[in-house]
Design a protein around this ligand. Structure first.
Ligand code: FE2
Length: 667
């Protein structure tokens, strides 16, 4: 029997329902008998809109407490009252998928809004969800999206989601958000007992079914634990409302599995530990709770495929990594292609082990050391040094015979570059979990010291400079324009242009990166403040300055204007020194950082221009009745550039009067 596309998809994914709207059909609202009595405690969601299709989601829990299969109905309509239905189909789910439901609906009309809901035996009905299909590649439509990351459930309430919803309700129709891009850390596998300053968290994830606890942390370690996290996070009314209000397009970062992971390895305490079953469990839970279009795309992405780890341990890592492939390309009308990458599953191990720089007597990882360690045998055009030019100069270069590092892995990188090159859309959005903009500490600018320019986080792209250069050079060589990376992970807002090379002084910009602060995760400044006070008191002047009214985030100056400006400002309080001594030449193209922020980003793409707003919220650590206020908004404009032209990023301009260096009275 010949396989149709739909029957093939049915074979590939037994846990997804495939439903098609029959043209012109309007069905009755009569309910069939024998439905289960249900609750929908995690609400509803939709994901990855296509011009003719979308994935719908819910979790339908039997009120009886039974673990047996449950039956429910899905209804789809173009009106919010569901007075006429385009589709009414019976679905089922059960304990084997934690009562989650994925339903792929095709036959839809492009660029159209739909409403959907799920029903059990009367009177059980889910909240209504709203979604929309993408325009076709030929439809010229302005695109409005929100971008977000890092929504730690415990560290703050979801004031960012509440404010985004409120602003969107008040916006003119043409300015409303079409979809939300989520760039990772949707959940956190780790729960901390207290904040870094010792104070209580805003709220707590209930005890894990399994979990591993230390005096200060609790970690998810099993499928039940990861499911528990998604259920807990999605119990929040504001996140639930956001998912019901807009379709989401999601990639992941590290905390969907484990902090600073690579492939199926965790790196707690600086040691790489293979945890393949845990990676499988994390992947399965993501697939169950995040409605994404994967198998249906007929491209690199594919649905979760359960794996049994065999006796041979050597196969475990690959088996777990291969269980779910989420890198994929989506389109949104004529102007925008969206290319989502997976920054975790295929990356090479960290180029330097924890504590390596300290063993050479270095306070931080110098840029050159990272370049040597990451570049491996390809460093300096294939001439890596035999010994490292640090310490007493006798340490052998451990990376001399190693392949260069890669965050994407060679297969995904080739796919990414081919996809970018082949895109006919003027704007190519790279949904990229981690920021690409240069965030170096220009320590060599301090007079009379032997400090080196350094990076402070080699888990990010700063630890993979070889691949950054490969990607940027290829984009330039291919003449690919309109590439905009939207990123998260670093718990700060930022904006900057990206050059062909991270080391060539005369390299020109080829792409632009906007990184978004966490929805609720503690801003990076709190980590830096804690580190400066705990272990590195000499570092404090580069991080903060005490004033009569509180703490100023001097780290913003360190990044944008350099450490000499930051140090001088800390000691004098003279704001003018920033412009006398800056900018930070080690961070060319960096336009903005706001390291004390929680919030979200908004982006609007049209034929000529991209507009981005980075929204910084007031403190969201207390629960609220009304959505918390916005502290300030940084606005950017980026005209579309064409072959032979360079990106010219303008901004920030502020709403809310934020003065440099974005002073706030307390943190
Ligand atoms: Fe995060």
């Amino acid at each position: 029997m010949p396989l149709t596309r739909r029957s093939l998809l049915g074979l590939l994914s037994s846990s997804t329902f495939f439903l098609t709207i029959a043209p012109g059909s309007v069905m009755t609202t009569e309910l069939p008998a024998e439905l289960s009595s249900l609750d929908f405690p995690q609400g509803v969601a939709s994901g990855d809109p296509q011009p003719d299709a979308v994935m719908l989601w819910t979790r339908a829990v039997p009120r009886s407490g039974s673990n047996g299969n449950v039956r429910l109905l899905l209804q789809l309509s173009t009106d919010s009252s569901f007075s006429t239905l385009l589709l009414q189909e019976e679905l089922h789910t059960g304990a084997e998928r934690d009562f989650t439901v994925r339903a792929y609906i095709d036959g839809l009309t492009p660029d159209t809004q739909y409403h959907y809901r799920f029903l059990g035996a009367e009177p059980s009905v889910s909240r209504s969800g709203r979604t929309r299909t993408a325009p076709t590649p030929g439809q010229a439509r302005k695109v409005n999206l929100a971008f977000s990351s890092c929504q730690n459930f415990e560290q703050s309430y979801y004031g960012s989601w509440a404010r985004m919803l409120e602003e969107d309700r008040a916006a003119a129709e043409g300015d409303r958000i079409h979809f939300v891009l989520h760039l990772g850390d949707f959940i956190y596998e780790r729960c901390w007992a207290r904040r870094l300053d010792g104070s209580a968290q805003s709220r707590a994830v209930p005890p894990f079914p399994h979990g591993v606890a230390t005096p200060t942390t609790r970690d998810a370690v099993s499928l039940a634990d990861y499911r528990h996290l998604y259920k807990t996070y999605l119990s929040d009314p504001h996140l639930q409302e956001a998912r019901a209000n807009w379709p989401f397009i999601c990639t992941w970062d590290d905390h969907e599995f484990a902090d600073d992971n690579f492939q199926s390895f965790t790196t707690d305490d600086g040691q790489a530990v293979l945890e393949a079953q845990r990676k499988l469990d994390a992947n399965q839970a993501w697939f169950e709770y995040i409605p994404a279009v994967l198998d249906e795309l007929q491209q690199s992405a594919h649905d979760f495929r359960a794996q049994v780890l065999e006796q041979d341990h050597a196969t475990h890592n690959q088996a777990a990594v291969d269980s779910l492939r989420i890198y994929r390309k989506l389109g949104w009308g004529k102007y925008l292609d969206i290319v989502l990458t997976d920054s975790r599953s295929y990356r090479s191990p960290p180029c330097l082990p924890a504590g390596f720089a300290a063993s050479l007597g270095l306070p931080l990882n110098p840029v050159e050391l990272v370049a040597i360690a990451d570049g491996g045998s390809a460093y300096a055009g294939g001439n890596p040094p035999a010994t490292l030019p640090f310490g007493d100069g006798t340490m052998a270069n451990p990376a001399k015979d190693r392949a260069p590092g890669s965050m994407l892995g060679l297969q995904q990188r080739a796919w990414f570059l081919n996809t970018m090159k082949a895109s006919a859309a003027p704007w190519k959005l790279w949904a990229n979990a981690l920021p690409l903009m240069p965030l170096r500490l220009d320590m060599s600018s301090l007079p009379l010291t032997e400090y080196h320019d350094s990076v402070f986080n080699i888990d990010g792209w700063a630890g993979y400079p070889y691949e950054v250069n490969v990607v940027m050079r290829q984009l330039e060589n291919d003449g690919t324009t309109g590439v905009v990376s939207l990123s998260g992970d670093h718990h700060m807002h930022g904006a900057g242009t990206l050059r062909r090379s991270t080391t060539e002084a005369d390299a020109l910009p080829v792409a632009v990166d906007f990184t978004v602060a966490g929805i609720s995760s503690s801003p990076i400044f709190e980590d830096l403040f804690s580190a400066a006070n705990a272990d590195h008191p000499d570092f404090a002047a580069l991080v903060y300055r005490k004033t009569d009214s509180g703490i100023e985030p001097v780290w913003n100056i360190s990044m944008l204007y350099g450490v000499l400006a930051a140090y001088t400002y800390s000691k004098t309080g003279l704001g003018a020194v920033t412009s006398w001594l800056g900018p930070n030449l080690a961070n060319p193209g960096l336009r903005y950082v706001d390291t004390t922020a929680n919030g979200y980003g908004l982006a609007s793409f049209d034929a000529e221009e991209l507009r981005v707003q980075l929204v910084t919220m007031q403190d969201c650590r207390e629960n609220f009745e009304q959505p918390p206020a916005i502290r300030h908004v940084a606005q950017f404009r980026l005209p579309l550039w064409r072959t032979g032209e360079r990106p010219l990023l303008a901004g920030p301009e502020f709403d809310g009067g934020a003065p440099f260096p974005f002073k706030i009275p307390t943190v």
